[in-house]
Design a protein around this ligand. Sequence first.
Ligand code: CTP
Length: 218
Amino acid sequence: MRVLITAGPTYEPLDPVRFIGNRSTGKMGYALAAAFAAAGAEVCLVSGPSALPAPAHSAVHLTRVETAAEMYAAAAAEAPAADVWVFAAAVADYRPAHVVAEKIKKAGDTLTLELVKNVDIAATLGQTKRTEQFAVGFALETTNELAHARDKLHRKNFDLVVLNSLRDAGAGFGHDTNKVSVLDRAGRVVTFDLMAKADLATELVRLVLARRAAPVTT
Ligand code: CTP
């Protein structure tokens, strides 16, 4: 089994010293890479800037990228050959419209940045997904969590969506623990207790393997 995983944040440059980014650490994606490798898979891990060391397992092949465009290019190159896609990255939805070659000097009391939309990696690759391929996405929500997660499941052609609610203590960015619910296309919801990201990764791999063996047709 070949698995493609996107992980970490993306950094979208503004000038040679500044970027727009987010607080993702990459922990969940790296934990999933290690768990899939431990289950016998060959893993292509495409990671945005993360302080984490490369997973030690020899079956994990790490490609480091910076921007959403680079992450898309690396993921798109691997996607056709992968059996499972896991989109765990916190991709910047927008990037600065202009990247300035010199450092932007301060001038005036306000500064307005123009941003343009980035490629949606999961949704774009989702349109190319073959029946035998399996896609897992993540949704980080603060309101109407289940409805938004269900919408992403269908819009991005996921087979499973892992829902993090920011209302849950210990869940989401920066923590070593996570608390998630997993939704599928048949409307089933599996809720996990708060647990270490490494343990959750093992549970998610187990769920993916079980669901691939017994696919839902909707
Ligand atoms: N994702 C992606 N490429 C993007 C944005 C998101 O691959 N440009 C993936 C994430 O890795 C995640 C899923 O899509 O698996 C959900 O991302 P999220 O940002 O929560 O969803 P959005 O569609 O951007 O919706 P919104 O910002 O409205 O919540």
